[in-house]
Design a binder for this molecule. Structure first.
Ligand SMILES: CC(C)(COP(=O)(O)OP(=O)(O)OC[C@H]1O[C@@H](n2cnc3c(N)ncnc32)[C@H](O)[C@@H]1OP(=O)(O)O)[C@@H](O)C(=O)NCCC(=O)NCCS
Length: 186
């Protein structure tokens, strides 16, 4: 039977039960990808501590799922009035707009919670990240091999809150379709 959802790039908010999938996501990235993501090449112990250390009460994590696998992962680290984004997408899922979809969802989430500034830190060689930042109208500050990107977020409006409600409903529908797909496979 044809699957109802072949491909989706809907970002989900992840919870405690997703920590193992987050570890697996990072385990599937090459050392060069990890260097681009973290600005250093972390070992497995550091990565485990990083994932276990994410405070899901104060921060948020977005993921794009394919079965049990997380194709994309975005950590929204919330500071007072500001949020820092760290994104990664598995190599086989790149160039499909997954990072852009997570970025847009993160902006909506932060804006609707009164966050006024969003920033990202990346290596200057990271063309996809610079493209995402430029397209979002972020201010890029290049300092040699490192680049910081900043954007001031507009306040929430009835439209941005409505857009977030629609995004939440899309996730619920996506979840329901996945259950139907699973039932059809059995
Ligand atoms: C950076 C990364 C998250 C991009 O993920 P992605 O899902 O492929 O990104 P998107 O598909 O949303 O593409 C974003 C834009 O970057 C452009 N882009 C993608 N790969 C590119 C490349 N290698 N060179 C130049 N531009 C590129 C795309 O063209 C796209 O713009 P478009 O929509 O106008 O075509 C992914 O490459 C990755 O995980 N890299 C390793 C970790 C990393 O660098 N993290 C960022 C540090 S915060």
């Amino acid at each position: 039977m044809m699957k109802l959802i072949e491909k989706t790039k809907l970002p989900y908010f992840l919870g405690e039960s997703d920590r193992a999938a987050m570890q697996q996501h990072f385990a599937r990235l090459s050392s060069d990808d990890l260097r681009l993501r973290f600005g250093r090449t972390p070992d497995r112990i550091w990565l485990r501590q990083y994932v276990d250390g994410i405070d899901l009460e104060s921060d948020a994590v977005l993921g794009v799922r394919s079965g049990d696998q997380l194709l994309g992962l975005t950590h929204l680290a919330l500071y007072r009035g500001a949020v820092e984004l760290g994104l990664s997408v598995l190599p086989q899922a790149r160039h499909q707009g997954i990072a852009s979809a997570m970025f847009e969802r993160a902006v909506l989430y932060a804006r609707n919670r009164g966050v006024v500034e969003l920033f990202m830190h990346c290596l200057s060689e990271n063309q996809p990240m610079r493209t995402i930042a430029r397209r979002a109208g972020m201010r890029l500050v290049v300092e040699g091999s490192e680049t910081d990107a900043f954007i001031e977020l507009p306040p929430a409006t009835v439209f941005s809150i409505g857009a977030e409600q629609i995004a939440c409903q899309q996730v619920l529908i996506d979840l329901a379709l996945r259950q139907v797909d699973l039932a059809n496979v059995d």
